[in-house]
Ligand binder design. Structure first.
Ligand code: MN
Length: 407
């Protein structure tokens, strides 16, 4: 992360906040204000270095990937999600081990973001766990319970949820390493649903170079990071929430597993990475990985040109799919394919290739001039959607597809 931060500084993209700001709400409100600009804090609570909005725009992400902002979905769809061809090297040493300490979360600038949140949350941590030779990496929100314990939101039936359940059934704890301040494309890979255990191979494909991991004392191999928290996910549970999530509304309190910490490793003078909930970085990291999944699914039923999860739909709930329509009825198949590829999707609009899907006015123009509402709409009631959609009833919603293609 520090190499990336230095690069941002060189290009003049980095906003620097030199005076001391509080980790309680103040830092988060500054991060939100500069929503699509990276911000570097020199002195959170007087002493800590914090980076926010690291991956804050499609421009930044495209630059990291080596493509253009309007070509991210097609570009990612062309890469193997299995991470085939990617290389992961386990190495002995890491700068992350410069300092090794007993766990004490009060020594880290873990932010409070919104005043309705259940407490201070780690939001930029890549949780690495290993079970039966499968090494999973994923990003989870983690609530600080005390100086040595976190509550982690594990969403069923995702990989880390399943690994923890399996470990519990065997009467074992699930050892983890939580890496904070990793290279940006490792974050994107950890946010992507690849086949089990392939996140770091996929990261290597994204970065076009080998990914190096090093082992913690508990045996878990993690990427170089500014800070790594070592511990295990126990069978204990604690109240987790409320938490301002991707839609800018509060997610509810649940009983979630407790992580007990065993050690903290960090660079000297580490840079803590904080992802502002509902901010641009949160939305891009959560949404962009679904765009190639939708692209590939639609590719099987139509000549797909592009896909975007729109900002107005929180980069998560609404998609626009652009196709080159060859025969009538294809757009409806594209709608069905998009819903199958991204179960949280609530609205999909299919447009022709002359519509710029990054311009909401052009999409609306296509809807205004090409939709016959009595025949161009697909409605699917009583279907599983996103639990983060506040209008859903326990995650059950109605999905709508609009064929806004000509004809
Ligand atoms: Mn996984």
């Amino acid at each position: 992360m520090r190499a990336y931060k230095d690069k941002l500084k060189e290009t003049g993209a980095l906003i620097e906040i030199k005076h001391s700001v509080s980790s309680r709400y103040e830092a988060a409100s500054i991060g939100l204000k500069y929503k699509d600009k990276p911000v570097f804090f020199h002195a959170v609570d007087g002493i800590h270095r914090v980076i926010m909005n690291a991956v804050c725009s499609r421009e930044v992400l495209a630059d990291l990937l080596g493509t253009t902002p309007y070509n991210i979905a097609p570009y990612l769809a062309g890469l193997p999600e299995s991470g085939e061809g990617g290389e992961v090297r386990i190495i002995e040493d890491s700068g992350t081990k410069e300092e090794i300490e007993e766990p004490d979360l009060s020594k880290l600038p873990i932010l409070r973001y919104f005043n309705g949140d259940g407490g201070a949350y780690i939001t930029g941590g890549v949780v690495v766990a290993e079970l039966d030779g499968i090494r999973n990496a994923s990003i989870h929100r983690m609530l600080v319970l005390d100086n040595k314990r976190l509550a982690v939101r594990l969403v069923p039936p995702r990989h880390l949820y399943k690994m923890h359940r399996e470990a519990m059934e065997r009467g074992e704890d699930l050892k983890v390493g939580i890496a904070i301040g990793v290279a940006p494309l490792i974050l994107l890979a950890a946010a992507t649903r690849v086949p089990p255990g392939r996140e770091f191979e996929y990261a290597s494909v994204l970065m076009n170079k080998p990914v190096e991991l090093f082992r913690l004392d508990n045996g878990v191999a993690v990427p170089h990071a500014e800070i790594v928290i070592e511990g295990y996910i126990s069978r204990d549970r604690a109240k987790e929430g409320p938490f301002m999530d991707i839609t800018g509304t509060y997610d509810k309190i649940r009983e979630e597993p407790v992580i007990k910490l065993t050690r903290v490793y960090h660079r000297s003078n580490p840079i803590y990475h904080a992802i502002v909930p509902s901010g641009a970085e949160h939305r891009l990291l959560m949404g962009v990985p679904y765009e190639p999944l939708i692209y590939r699914a639609v590719e099987r039923v139509a000549r797909v040109r592009n896909v975007v999860l729109t900002e107005g739909g929180c980069c998560y709930l609404h998609a626009v799919v652009q196709i080159e329509k060859e025969v009538e009825g294809e757009a409806k198949n594209a709608i069905i394919a998009a819903f199958a590829a991204h179960p949280s999707l609530k609205l999909v609009v299919v447009v022709d290739s002359d519509v710029n899907i990054f311009k909401p006015e052009e999409v609306e123009y296509a809807i205004a001039t090409r939709v016959r509402w009595s025949e161009d709409v697909v409605t699917i009631p009583g279907v599983r959607g996103s639990s983060l959609d506040p209008s859903s009833k326990n995650g059950v919603t109605t999905k709508v597809g609009i064929d806004a293609t000509r004809g």
